[in-house]
Ligand binder design. Structure first.
Ligand SMILES: [Fe+2]
Ligand SMILES: [Fe+2]
Length: 250
Protein backbone atom coordinates (compact mmCIF):
# COMPACT_ATOMS: atom_id res chain seq x y z
CA UNK A 1 0.00 0.00 0.00
CA UNK A 2 1.09 3.57 -0.64
CA UNK A 3 2.19 5.20 2.62
CA UNK A 4 3.18 8.61 1.26
CA UNK A 5 1.18 10.21 -1.55
CA UNK A 6 3.84 12.85 -2.20
CA UNK A 7 6.75 10.49 -2.83
CA UNK A 8 4.69 7.48 -3.94
CA UNK A 9 6.52 5.33 -1.40
CA UNK A 10 4.81 2.03 -0.70
CA UNK A 11 5.22 -0.84 1.74
CA UNK A 12 4.07 -4.34 0.84
CA UNK A 13 4.60 -7.77 2.35
CA UNK A 14 6.11 -9.81 -0.50
CA UNK A 15 6.83 -12.98 1.49
CA UNK A 16 5.93 -13.99 5.07
CA UNK A 17 7.28 -11.21 7.28
CA UNK A 18 9.32 -9.62 4.48
CA UNK A 19 8.28 -6.07 3.62
CA UNK A 20 9.33 -4.29 0.44
CA UNK A 21 9.76 -0.54 0.95
CA UNK A 22 9.71 1.02 -2.50
CA UNK A 23 10.29 4.63 -3.50
CA UNK A 24 10.17 5.66 -7.16
CA UNK A 25 12.58 8.34 -8.34
CA UNK A 26 12.70 10.22 -11.59
CA UNK A 27 16.35 9.41 -12.29
CA UNK A 28 15.84 8.09 -15.81
CA UNK A 29 13.15 8.27 -18.48
CA UNK A 30 10.19 6.17 -17.37
CA UNK A 31 11.32 6.30 -13.74
CA UNK A 32 13.14 3.86 -11.50
CA UNK A 33 12.44 2.23 -8.15
CA UNK A 34 14.60 1.83 -5.07
CA UNK A 35 13.67 -0.98 -2.69
CA UNK A 36 14.70 -1.81 0.84
CA UNK A 37 13.53 -5.04 2.45
CA UNK A 38 12.55 -5.18 6.09
CA UNK A 39 12.47 -8.63 7.66
CA UNK A 40 10.37 -8.87 10.80
CA UNK A 41 11.66 -11.26 13.45
CA UNK A 42 13.11 -11.15 16.97
CA UNK A 43 16.10 -9.32 15.52
CA UNK A 44 14.60 -7.30 12.66
CA UNK A 45 16.84 -6.85 9.64
CA UNK A 46 16.89 -4.18 6.94
CA UNK A 47 18.52 -5.02 3.61
CA UNK A 48 19.50 -1.80 1.79
CA UNK A 49 19.21 1.55 3.51
CA UNK A 50 18.22 3.54 0.43
CA UNK A 51 19.80 6.86 -0.48
CA UNK A 52 20.72 9.24 2.32
CA UNK A 53 18.38 11.81 0.81
CA UNK A 54 15.52 9.31 1.15
CA UNK A 55 16.21 8.69 4.84
CA UNK A 56 13.14 10.47 6.23
CA UNK A 57 10.78 8.62 3.93
CA UNK A 58 12.48 5.26 4.54
CA UNK A 59 12.19 5.92 8.26
CA UNK A 60 8.49 6.69 7.88
CA UNK A 61 8.03 3.44 5.96
CA UNK A 62 9.89 1.31 8.52
CA UNK A 63 7.81 2.80 11.31
CA UNK A 64 4.65 1.68 9.53
CA UNK A 65 5.81 -1.90 10.09
CA UNK A 66 7.62 -1.65 13.43
CA UNK A 67 9.32 0.95 15.61
CA UNK A 68 12.66 1.66 13.92
CA UNK A 69 14.60 1.28 17.16
CA UNK A 70 13.80 -2.44 17.09
CA UNK A 71 16.16 -2.93 14.13
CA UNK A 72 19.13 -5.16 14.96
CA UNK A 73 20.72 -5.63 11.54
CA UNK A 74 21.25 -3.14 8.73
CA UNK A 75 23.11 -4.26 5.64
CA UNK A 76 23.35 -4.33 1.91
CA UNK A 77 24.68 -6.15 -1.08
CA UNK A 78 27.59 -3.88 -2.04
CA UNK A 79 28.83 -0.43 -1.25
CA UNK A 80 26.89 2.17 -3.25
CA UNK A 81 24.64 4.97 -2.04
CA UNK A 82 21.36 3.22 -2.74
CA UNK A 83 22.58 0.25 -0.69
CA UNK A 84 24.23 2.07 2.25
CA UNK A 85 23.76 5.85 1.88
CA UNK A 86 21.42 6.26 4.85
CA UNK A 87 23.29 3.80 7.09
CA UNK A 88 24.50 6.30 9.69
CA UNK A 89 21.16 8.09 9.85
CA UNK A 90 19.49 4.73 10.48
CA UNK A 91 22.11 3.78 13.06
CA UNK A 92 21.22 6.93 14.98
CA UNK A 93 17.56 5.96 14.89
CA UNK A 94 18.34 2.33 15.77
CA UNK A 95 21.46 2.39 17.94
CA UNK A 96 21.27 -1.33 18.80
CA UNK A 97 21.57 -2.35 15.14
CA UNK A 98 24.76 -3.83 13.71
CA UNK A 99 25.79 -2.80 10.20
CA UNK A 100 26.76 -5.72 8.01
CA UNK A 101 28.01 -6.66 4.59
CA UNK A 102 30.53 -8.93 3.01
CA UNK A 103 34.02 -9.23 4.52
CA UNK A 104 35.60 -7.33 1.63
CA UNK A 105 32.98 -4.59 1.89
CA UNK A 106 33.72 -4.14 5.58
CA UNK A 107 37.44 -3.96 4.81
CA UNK A 108 37.21 -1.55 1.87
CA UNK A 109 34.34 0.74 2.82
CA UNK A 110 31.99 -0.10 5.66
CA UNK A 111 34.35 0.14 8.60
CA UNK A 112 35.40 3.57 7.41
CA UNK A 113 31.94 4.80 6.48
CA UNK A 114 29.88 3.37 9.32
CA UNK A 115 29.76 5.17 12.66
CA UNK A 116 30.00 1.79 14.41
CA UNK A 117 32.08 -1.31 13.62
CA UNK A 118 30.47 -3.46 10.95
CA UNK A 119 30.09 -7.22 10.80
CA UNK A 120 31.57 -8.86 7.71
CA UNK A 121 30.02 -12.19 6.82
CA UNK A 122 32.00 -14.99 5.24
CA UNK A 123 30.77 -16.80 2.16
CA UNK A 124 28.22 -19.41 3.24
CA UNK A 125 27.96 -18.08 6.79
CA UNK A 126 24.57 -18.53 8.46
CA UNK A 127 23.10 -16.52 11.30
CA UNK A 128 19.78 -16.50 13.13
CA UNK A 129 17.63 -13.41 13.54
CA UNK A 130 15.02 -15.17 15.67
CA UNK A 131 12.78 -17.79 14.13
CA UNK A 132 14.56 -17.65 10.79
CA UNK A 133 18.06 -18.37 9.59
CA UNK A 134 19.82 -16.21 7.07
CA UNK A 135 22.64 -17.31 4.80
CA UNK A 136 25.20 -14.95 3.29
CA UNK A 137 26.72 -15.70 -0.10
CA UNK A 138 29.72 -13.89 -1.48
CA UNK A 139 29.02 -13.07 -5.14
CA UNK A 140 31.98 -10.93 -6.28
CA UNK A 141 31.28 -8.88 -9.42
CA UNK A 142 27.79 -10.38 -9.85
CA UNK A 143 26.41 -8.19 -11.09
CA UNK A 144 29.05 -5.66 -9.95
CA UNK A 145 31.35 -4.75 -7.09
CA UNK A 146 34.10 -6.98 -5.72
CA UNK A 147 32.40 -6.62 -2.35
CA UNK A 148 29.11 -7.95 -3.69
CA UNK A 149 27.13 -10.42 -1.61
CA UNK A 150 23.58 -11.73 -1.43
CA UNK A 151 21.39 -12.69 1.49
CA UNK A 152 19.08 -15.70 1.57
CA UNK A 153 16.26 -16.28 4.02
CA UNK A 154 16.20 -20.06 4.45
CA UNK A 155 12.72 -20.11 6.01
CA UNK A 156 10.83 -18.39 3.19
CA UNK A 157 13.42 -19.21 0.49
CA UNK A 158 13.64 -15.52 -0.34
CA UNK A 159 16.79 -14.43 -2.13
CA UNK A 160 17.57 -10.78 -1.42
CA UNK A 161 19.30 -10.51 -4.75
CA UNK A 162 20.34 -6.85 -4.82
CA UNK A 163 20.91 -5.50 -8.30
CA UNK A 164 20.27 -8.80 -10.09
CA UNK A 165 17.15 -8.58 -12.29
CA UNK A 166 17.07 -4.78 -12.09
CA UNK A 167 13.94 -3.58 -13.89
CA UNK A 168 13.43 -0.02 -15.12
CA UNK A 169 10.12 1.83 -14.65
CA UNK A 170 8.20 3.25 -11.73
CA UNK A 171 4.74 1.72 -11.84
CA UNK A 172 5.09 -1.97 -11.26
CA UNK A 173 3.41 -4.36 -8.85
CA UNK A 174 5.28 -5.05 -5.58
CA UNK A 175 5.46 -8.70 -6.48
CA UNK A 176 4.90 -10.42 -9.80
CA UNK A 177 4.61 -14.00 -10.97
CA UNK A 178 5.53 -13.01 -14.53
CA UNK A 179 9.21 -13.39 -15.42
CA UNK A 180 11.34 -10.28 -14.85
CA UNK A 181 14.29 -11.28 -17.04
CA UNK A 182 12.98 -9.57 -20.19
CA UNK A 183 12.63 -6.26 -18.34
CA UNK A 184 16.03 -6.57 -16.68
CA UNK A 185 17.65 -7.42 -20.00
CA UNK A 186 16.03 -4.23 -21.35
CA UNK A 187 17.74 -2.36 -18.54
CA UNK A 188 21.07 -4.05 -19.29
CA UNK A 189 20.68 -2.97 -22.90
CA UNK A 190 20.45 0.65 -21.74
CA UNK A 191 23.11 0.49 -19.04
CA UNK A 192 25.44 -2.48 -18.78
CA UNK A 193 25.57 -2.91 -15.04
CA UNK A 194 27.32 -6.29 -15.15
CA UNK A 195 31.03 -6.75 -14.50
CA UNK A 196 31.51 -9.55 -17.07
CA UNK A 197 33.42 -11.60 -14.54
CA UNK A 198 34.72 -15.06 -15.35
CA UNK A 199 32.92 -16.58 -12.36
CA UNK A 200 29.45 -15.22 -13.17
CA UNK A 201 27.98 -18.52 -14.43
CA UNK A 202 29.32 -20.47 -11.44
CA UNK A 203 27.93 -17.93 -8.98
CA UNK A 204 24.50 -17.84 -10.64
CA UNK A 205 24.36 -21.64 -10.60
CA UNK A 206 25.18 -21.58 -6.90
CA UNK A 207 22.30 -19.18 -6.31
CA UNK A 208 20.00 -21.37 -8.41
CA UNK A 209 20.99 -24.31 -6.20
CA UNK A 210 19.25 -22.56 -3.30
CA UNK A 211 15.96 -22.97 -5.21
CA UNK A 212 14.58 -19.56 -4.20
CA UNK A 213 10.83 -19.09 -4.45
CA UNK A 214 11.04 -15.29 -4.21
CA UNK A 215 13.64 -13.02 -5.78
CA UNK A 216 13.61 -9.78 -3.78
CA UNK A 217 15.08 -7.37 -6.33
CA UNK A 218 16.37 -3.99 -5.22
CA UNK A 219 14.99 -2.29 -8.32
CA UNK A 220 11.59 -3.29 -9.68
CA UNK A 221 9.08 -5.94 -8.66
CA UNK A 222 9.95 -8.89 -6.51
CA UNK A 223 9.49 -12.13 -8.44
CA UNK A 224 7.57 -15.08 -7.06
CA UNK A 225 8.05 -18.37 -8.84
CA UNK A 226 10.80 -20.71 -9.94
CA UNK A 227 13.80 -18.57 -9.02
CA UNK A 228 16.27 -21.29 -9.98
CA UNK A 229 14.92 -21.46 -13.54
CA UNK A 230 15.09 -17.69 -13.93
CA UNK A 231 18.65 -17.54 -12.57
CA UNK A 232 19.71 -20.25 -15.03
CA UNK A 233 18.01 -18.39 -17.86
CA UNK A 234 19.92 -15.28 -16.85
CA UNK A 235 23.19 -17.24 -16.84
CA UNK A 236 22.45 -18.57 -20.34
CA UNK A 237 21.58 -15.10 -21.61
CA UNK A 238 24.78 -13.62 -20.21
CA UNK A 239 26.86 -16.49 -21.62
CA UNK A 240 25.43 -15.89 -25.10
CA UNK A 241 26.21 -12.17 -24.83
CA UNK A 242 24.55 -9.64 -27.04
CA UNK A 243 27.64 -8.55 -28.96
CA UNK A 244 26.56 -4.93 -28.77
CA UNK A 245 28.01 -2.23 -26.55
CA UNK A 246 25.44 -0.73 -24.16
CA UNK A 247 23.55 2.24 -25.51
CA UNK A 248 25.18 4.55 -22.95
CA UNK A 249 28.60 4.21 -24.65
CA UNK A 250 27.58 3.27 -28.20
FE1 LIG B 1 24.72 -1.55 -7.54
FE1 LIG C 1 21.20 -0.97 -6.50
Amino acid sequence: MIINQKTGTRVDEVAAGIYRICTPLDVMPGGFTFNSYLIADDEPLLFHTGYRKLFSITLEAINKVMPVEKLRWIGGSHFESDEYGALNNLMEAAPDATPFGTEIGVLTSLNDFAAQPARGFKDGEEFAIGSRRMKWLYTPHVPHGWDCGILFDLSTKTLLCGDLFTQPGANMPPVTESEVLTASEGMRGMMDYYAHATSTAIILERLAGLRPSTLACQHGSAYRGDGAALLRELADTLARGNGEPPAAIA
